[in-house]
Design a protein. Structure first.
Length: 584
């Protein structure tokens, strides 16, 4: 009777434990994953098994939407280079490191589709996509445990995995500081080592600011939730109380280290064995990049290694240099802004390609080391001397060749300047020009002429119609309509201009002009007996503008000054002249 009572108590106890325990069969029920953080830094657990789980990506989207609502179109993403590591230490001191692991984190990008929906990309995002990272660190579950289990947990049964999601929060366009804001999701799970079954049972949300370059240490909370004792059934039918048997015996930390990405071009290296070129470069935000390999002998024909739109990240470009000769080379990285095409980064660096290292059979250089071949003794020492002499001879030829190339290059530059001058249509610095002008003495006029670049002189012959109602010196009838323009006063002029110096590579030049004009009007019954012709001298000063610099073909000049009539009454008049001209 006593034994039957004891067996009954055991049966009741086992049944009670099975009922009270929250048993999750690996890979079976995953409702424990339904935890969605409601408050930062507090672990959240599933209360209702019917809750729908939100993934880490869903939480990232929700948190980013709050920033979009706050900043709108003034939001700027924060592209960051991020490293994350997991460390497990002993609970009593926190100084003895029991296990370390690096998170395998991968970047993701959240962007807005043309339809206005948010989407997540793993490759190339939109121009202003927000970057975040998703990663995991899988560690052993069978470290030394203080357990109430009958049998010690085998190392082949299960693993303990920590998942992490980190998003650098964007900032306002008018905010610039030396700190970063992070939104972080931490999730814990137990995985079977025999199957692909997994239980995710706890999730944290953390948000914090950190100075750029400073590491962040996140402590995982191992306090069991109220009224819950988390128990997992393993593949071998053992029961594991996560908090009692495992978590409370350790301290767990996640170490984060992030820094802003900046456009950069690293130092190129060429393998001395394989002649493989490696170039490191960094892209700070989505942009169109072009990486060129440039020969110093033929810089006009570069070899393009990369020509594409890429997301922010660190990159390594490689190219096989076996087929290229030894010598100096250059490589250039240019970055253009998406949409506008504006150049936001452009840098060129140098490197040298040398002969690959070749390791042959060693020889002795001892004086008495000789080799007898066909009855003739050959000395390795003599062979080495002959090789040294041949090397010196080739080195001398190379130095002379380099000097010759320098001279040829200088001659080529001179020839190039002559050819460019010829292509511009300039002969001894003289160009023809024609223009359209407006002036108080010359009127609405057309002009043709020539100009020289050194010295900077111009000569224009103009013919115009005086359209003003107060033509100086002459007697005339005002034209009442456009058809009478041909009976209006006319002008015929000669202008000589001189520019003493040039500003801003010829964009703006001061100019002095001397004009000689003959003006005349038709005699009518009402103007009979008046002055119908006059000669005028007009010295003026002003400026000439070439919008494209001294080599442009389109120009404009404006001058003003006094005008003197020769042999006529009327005194000194004010003269101004505006001219648009084309050089050819």
């Amino acid at each position: 009777m006593h034994q039957l009572f004891i067996r009954s108590l055991r049966t009741i106890a086992v049944t009670a434990c099975a009922v009270v325990a929250i048993v999750f069969i690996l890979g079976g029920t995953t409702h424990a994953q339904n935890a969605i953080p409601a408050h930062f830094d507090q672990p959240q657990h599933s209360n209702e098994p019917t809750e729908i789980l939100k993934s880490i990506e869903d939480l990232m989207h929700e948190r980013l939407q709050r920033e979009r609502d706050k900043y709108g179109s003034a939001m700027i993403p924060e592209p960051v280079r991020l490293e994350a590591n997991y460390i497990r230490t002993d609970a009593p001191t926190g100084e003895v490191v029991l296990h370390e692991a690096s998170f395998n984190i991968q970047p993701r990008y959240i962007s807005i589709s043309p339809e206005g929906r948010q989407k997540t990309d793993t490759t190339l995002p939109a121009a202003h996509a927000v970057m975040y990272y998703i990663g995991s660190a899988r560690t052993p579950l069978s470290l030394p445990l203080v357990s109430n289990l009958t049998n010690v947990l085998s190392g082949e049964e299960a693993s303990y995995t920590v998942y992490v999601g980190v998003m650098p929060l964007p900032r306002h366009t008018q905010v610039s500081n030396d700190s970063l804001r992070f939104y972080c999701i931490i999730e814990r799970a137990i995985e079977s080592n025999r199957t692909d079954r997994e239980v995710k049972f706890e999730r944290y949300a953390k948000e914090f600011s950190v100075k750029i370059g400073d590491p962040v240490r996140l402590r995982l909370e191992n306090t069991p939730p109220d009224k819950q004792a988390y128990i997992v059934r393993l593949d071998n039918s053992q029961m594991l109380n996560f908090y009692e048997d495992f978590a409370r015996h350790f301290n767990e930390d996640i170490l984060l280290n992030g820094e802003r990405l900046n456009f950069a071009l690293g130092k190129a290296t060429v393998s001395p064995i394989s002649s493989r070129l490696s170039i490191k470069y960094t892209v700070a935000y989505p942009a169109h990049i072009k990486l060129d390999l440039v020969s110093v002998v033929d810089p006009a024909h570069p070899l393009t290694l990369i020509d594409s739109v890429v997301p922010p990240a660190d990159y390594l470009a490689e190219h096989d240099m076996k087929q290229y000769p030894n010598g100096p080379y250059r490589y250039r990285l240019s970055v253009n802004e998406l949409g506008s095409g504006k150049v936001i980064f452009d840098e060129t660096k140098d490197f040298d390609k040398n002969e690959p290292v070749r390791v042959g059979q060693g020889i002795s250089i001892s004086r008495n080391d000789t080799l007898e071949v066909g009855g003739k003794k050959l000395s390795d020492e003599e062979a080495l001397k002959a090789l040294s002499e041949a090397y010196n001879a080739e080195k001398s030829k190379t130095e002379r060749l380099d000097a010759t190339i320098t001279v040829i290059r200088s001659d080529n530059e001179k020839l190039k300047s002559i050819v460019e001058a010829h292509d511009e249509g300039a002969i001894n610095g003289i160009k023809f020009r024609g223009g359209l002008g407006f002036g108080s003495i010359s009127g609405f006029n057309l002009s043709v002429g020539v100009e020289s670049s050194d010295p900077s002189l111009s000569l224009d012959l103009s013919y115009g119609v005086l359209y003003s109602g107060n033509v100086p010196y002459l007697a005339y009838d005002n034209a009442s309509n456009f058809s009478q323009i041909f009976s209006s006063p006319k002008s015929l002029g000669l202008q000589i201009g001189w520019s003493p110096f040039k500003w801003f590579d010829g964009v703006v030049n001061p100019v002095a002009k001397f004009g000689y004009y003959g003006i005349y009007s038709a005699e009518t019954p009402t103007t009979k007996g008046g002055v119908h012709s006059a000669a005028i001298l007009s010295p003026t000063i002003g400026f000439a503008a070439l919008p494209g610099g001294k080599n442009t073909s389109v120009g404009i000049d404006f001058t003003a000054g006094p005008a003197f009539g020769l042999g006529v009454n009327g005194g000194v008049q004010f003269d101004w002249d505006l001219k648009f001209y084309l050089k050819f």
